[in-house]
Design a protein around this ligand. Sequence first.
Ligand code: ZN
Length: 260
Amino acid sequence: MAVDDRLIGALCVETLRRGDRLGPAHDHEVFQTSTFPALLDGRYDGDVTFAELSARGDLGLGTFDACDGEMIALDGEFLRADVDGVIHPVDPQRKTPFAAVIPFAPTHRAQLTEPHDRDALLAAIDRAADDDSRVHAVRIDGRFELVRARSVPAQRKPYPPLAEVAAQQNVFDLHDVDGTMVGFAFPAYAATVNVPGYHLHFVTADRSRGGHVLDCRTGAVEVAIDCAGQIELELPAGVELPEGGTGASADAVKRIEGMR
Ligand SMILES: [Zn+2]
């Protein structure tokens, strides 16, 4: 069995191989290339270009070949946060070994007028979405008192596992900035596919700084959520869905990704 029964019950997961045509985007469907467990294993060479990825969604996150920074997709614009958290445009012919995008069409919204720390923010999103069996694609716009972010340096072959890359991460604090967080919350049972729990990337409104979010405290922000019931998973050569496994352990993910 390739996928947990509960995953089949709640989410429709389709897989396709390179060489199959990457079809059109569909509302409330996440398109993802490769799996998070494959990334954990050091599979940092992808087979999908950002030009192809952009046809499947306008909001999302991921990384680049050789794990060269943190990717932010917002309003159809694809951005790279380098190891110092400086934002660069992405060459459409560049490839990604791991990314998830969605044609963002919010199903739920919430206004947070008071400051929220990270845990309170995530709890507020959970309450607003009110369905933990689906994937939540999330966009949070507004003022942030603090964003603690990280990025990582490009890796050389033979690629080390992601835990070793995370040990080289550069952590930086952004204070009192306007900007946007984008990302996903996957249900815990979907750990064979993506990061269980919240995974968010941030970019400032002036598109100068950003990275993978480790911690935050908001000011007034607007939250928009797109509850997705479908995932299309593109599997590069050699990447399989883990057979009957549970994916990465919660402890390993927390160490590497820093969220819940
Ligand atoms: Zn990330």
